[in-house]
Design a protein around this ligand. Structure first.
Ligand SMILES: *Cc1c(COP(=O)(O)O)cnc(C)c1O
Length: 388
């Protein structure tokens, strides 16, 4: 029986395990010295001054919305071709959500559609307070264009970079390092570029925003003498200053994250080599391959069945690949089509490019543990299915 080949998975090595065990043998399981070390590793990699580690990227998006003062009466826009966390964060804080359709080539938010929607929103007085671009599959959005629109229309900009640690923008800078962004949120779920089991980091150039997220991740409570409202209190004293949450990450997860950060470039190089090999091996099949881009980190390798040249349905390909233990997947069901979002008034047909992409896409396995032999199994199976 062939082994199962997942679309993505973690790569944990002995030194990662040693790093975690060392923390388990130490005095600090949570909020110890490893958290700050990890925050600095991620922020330093991105070349930005501040990093705040949280329990997962969803929590990070939530806290950034809070810290930016997004709330009832505000509107937040994001891409419909994403995981639901990209928009749920706005609903958590009582804001309204709307979507901007994608560029069908990249799966990222369409700058043209966004420009038109902003112009229309300006006329009706309903400009968004915050826009959350998603770097779909690890391919950076056009942040220069989004930054120019931010200047013109005055919204906040938070990158959902759950897919994109280790990737670069078109100017070659590390994702996380764009001056137009208020904050950038990374995820360390096991399928993402590096893992801490569950976890995330918010990076930002804005010291106040970082302090605010740090306060909110631990109930809104501080013990920092410099921040306390009551002065000259005993050492046991602390204050809850805001209504925050417990969104902390553990020290042993942070140690795992720091160890994994040392491998990020190797992991990304492995993903890029696999993607280049797919580009070559799949080029004659009736598929639309993801566009070539040297900066993408290839969190996903999303192909689309070409509706003109391909007479097999996506679901038939999915079923037949899964029957051969190949863990293809579909990224994503457009957020607005989920039953919960339909209760908010969203309907099929509102974001046709995202819906078309969803109906034809399939994510092929890409991760640093995928061998060339595994990749050949994927390519051979796909070629046979599409040949019928
Ligand atoms: C994984 C993911 C998230 C959420 O990350 P968690 O760390 O699992 O909370 C958010 N947005 C996108 C696009 C994701 O893929």
């Amino acid at each position: 029986m062939a082994h199962f080949i997942p679309y993505s998975c973690q790569l944990i090595e002995d030194d990662d395990i040693d790093a975690v065990v060392a923390v388990l043998r130490s005095d600090w399981l949570t909020q110890g010295p490893n958290i700050e070390r990890f925050e600095q590793a991620v922020a330093g990699y991105c070349g930005v001054p501040h990093g705040v580690a949280i329990s997962n990227a969803t929590a990070g998006l939530h806290l950034v919305c809070m810290a930016l003062g997004v709330g009832a009466g505000d509107v937040v826009w994001t891409s419909p071709l994403s995981f639901t966390a990209s928009s749920n964060c706005a609903l958590y804080v009582g804001a309204e959500v709307d979507f901007v359709d994608i560029d069908p080539a990249t799966g990222n938010i369409c700058v043209q559609a966004l420009t038109e929607k902003l112009e229309a929103a300006k006329r009706t007085g309903r400009l968004p307070k915050l826009i959350i671009p998603v770097h779909y599959a690890g391919r950076a959005c056009d942040m220069d264009a989004l930054g120019a629109l931010k200047e013109k229309y005055g919204f906040a900009l938070v990158e959902d970079a759950a897919h994109a640690l280790g990737a670069q923008y078109s100017n070659g800078a590390a994702v996380g390092n764009h001056k137009a962004s208020d904050a950038v949120v990374f995820s360390f779920h096991p399928v993402k570029p590096i893992t801490t089991g569950e976890g995330g980091v918010v990076v930002t150039r804005d010291a106040k925003l970082a302090d605010n997220v740090r306060l909110l991740r631990t109930h809104g409570i501080t013990r920092d003498a410099a921040l306390l409202q009551q002065k000259n209190m005993p050492a046991w004293y602390y204050e809850q200053q805001e209504l925050g949450y417990n969104y902390r990450i553990t020290d042993f997860q942070a140690a795992l994250g720091t160890s994994q950060m040392g491998k990020l470039d190797r992991f990304i190089a492995a993903r890029r080599a696999i993607a280049a090999r797919y580009d070559a091996l799949l080029k004659n099949l009736p598929l639309l391959l993801p566009p070539i881009d040297t900066g993408t980190g290839w969190h996903l390798y999303p192909i689309q069945l070409d509706p003109v040249r391909c007479n097999v349905s996506r679901d038939a390909v999915f079923e037949q690949m899964r029957a051969q233990q190949i863990g293809v997947n579909v990224h994503y069901i457009p957020i607005h089509l989920h039953p919960y979002y339909r209760t908010l008034g969203f309907k099929p047909g509102q974001f046709p490019h995202a819906e078309h992409f969803f109906n034809h896409c399939l994510s092929l396995p890409v991760h640093p543990r995928l061998t060339s032999a595994d990749q050949d199994v994927v390519v051979t199976a796909l070629s046979k299915i599409l040949d019928t």
